[in-house]
Design a protein around this ligand. Structure first.
Ligand SMILES: [Zn+2]
Length: 419
């Protein structure tokens, strides 16, 4: 099938601004070329995207498809069958797609459910975002989100843990290098797993051609993960100048996930979060803002991730993370890159995805208003094309979409920005 998508305004995911009056020529699932509207070969079917602003399909580099975004998603998951969790995860992937996110990187969940969804989407059994999956994270005994972690102690067990996940077919490895805000007794500043253990995780993953994403909120955990050679730092709240410079030099990505910390600190009480959760979020939220400052100052590569599925983050909400990034100081252009071409690099799929260029897989979306002017334009996605196929048009793709209006910026901003 040959389709020419006509657009007045095309952001290709690389250059700041729009190409005017061009057609994206798509054959089967790939972009063949981008040419002037008057030069379209006669054997192409025309699909006019009108005045929509067309941009690459978005990425969310940090989701948990097995979680449903309620106040205690772990509790829900632990009290239902694996089969129901898998069905739930499939629906989450579908909703995510309808919000313009054509690719997600799932950084933790039951591997059986997540890999089943990944494969079902890839085989077009179901519709949904493309899934790049970590399966179950590698953690120390009792470590962060131990409810679905592979608990390992010592380098030998760490090696076995990674090999087990690779055997199941995961696309990347997730490792927990510090505590977090979810558990009652864990602390964000607490390092988890030793450098030696994380190094073994990285060695095994890299040997198999897989990247390693490290959950690391506290300084020591971040430093351990960097020393071990991980590819992305998730959260990174309490990094300092020295670490920021090192990440920029090594071009290690940060995925700040501002959303969970911002939501908990600003709206945790009204949502009924436990006190310890709110307290810890408030303690590390200014760190998230510092991360954006470091990104601006030193050039740490940044990719957008939401922690969607986690408490009160409905799936498909990458726009909220982008709004927070802009609130913290990124330009709309930088924010857009973090969810398109830079996100693809963080996931190691930049040769196939992340931009609208000849040879790439044909993933792009259309929105009515200009996201360069206001990033919130991405809250209303009109059209979604994934692998050359229209998944949503004129805002119509399904009856029910997740309501993102619950995600807002605080009325009384609790953030103390410290630099
Ligand atoms: Zn997470």
């Amino acid at each position: 099938m040959k389709i020419a998508y006509l657009t007045r305004k095309l952001f290709d995911g690389i250059n700041n601004g729009y190409k005017q009056n061009v057609a994206i020529l798509v054959e089967n699932n790939r972009i063949q070329s981008i040419i002037g509207i008057n030069d379209i070969p006669s054997d192409y079917i025309l699909e006019d995207l009108g005045d929509l602003y067309v941009i690459p399909g978005l990425f969310d580099c940090h989701v948990h498809l097995v979680w449903n975004g309620c106040t205690d998603p772990n509790f829900v998951m632990m009290n239902e069958s694996n089969e129901k969790t898998a069905v739930r995860a499939a629906e989450h992937a579908r909703l995510t797609l309808l919000h313009g996110i054509t690719t997600v990187r799932d950084v933790g969940g039951d591997y059986k459910a997540v890999l089943a969804v990944r494969d079902a989407v890839a085989e077009k059994i179901i519709r949904g975002s493309r899934v790049i999956a970590a399966g179950n994270p590698i953690i120390m005994t009792g470590g962060h989100v131990h409810q679905f972690g592979v608990e390992v102690d010592g380098p030998h067990e760490a090696r076995k843990g990674v090999r087990t996940m690779l055997k199941m077919g995961v696309d990347l490895i997730k490792v927990m290098a510090s505590g977090g805000i979810y558990g009652k007794t864990e602390l964000p500043g607490q390092p988890q797993m030793t450098v030696e253990e994380i190094s073994v995780v990285v060695e095994e993953a890299h040997r198999a051609g897989r990247k390693v994403a490290a959950h690391a909120e506290g300084l020591e955990g971040i430093m351990n993960a960097l020393e071990a050679g991980v590819d992305t730092i998730e959260h990174g709240n309490l990094m300092n100048t020295e670490v920021a410079k090192l990440m920029a030099e090594k071009q290690v990505f940060v995925v700040p996930t501002m959303a969970p910390f911002y939501l908990s600190a600003n709206f945790g009480s009204e949502k009924g979060y436990p006190d310890y959760h709110i307290r810890k979020s408030k303690a590390v939220l200014s760190g998230s803002y510092n991360v954006i400052n470091y990104v601006k100052e030193y050039g740490i590569p940044i990719a957008a991730g939401t922690d969607c599925g986690g408490p009160n983050k409905p799936h498909g909400a990458v726009v909220y993370e982008l709004e927070l990034m802009v609130h913290a100081g990124l330009t709309t252009f930088e924010a857009l890159l973090s969810a398109t071409s830079n996100a693809a690099k963080a996931c190691g799929v930049e040769s196939e995805l992340g931009t609208i260029e000849p040879g790439k897989i044909a993933d792009f979306i259309g929105v009515k208003n200009d996201p360069f002017v206001n990033i919130s334009a991405l809250r209303n996605v009109d059209t979604v094309v994934k692998e050359g196929r229209v998944e949503k048009r004129y805002g119509v793709g399904c009856e029910i979409e997740n309501d993102l209006s619950i995600l807002k910026l605080g009325q009384n901003d609790l953030i103390e920005i410290t630099t």
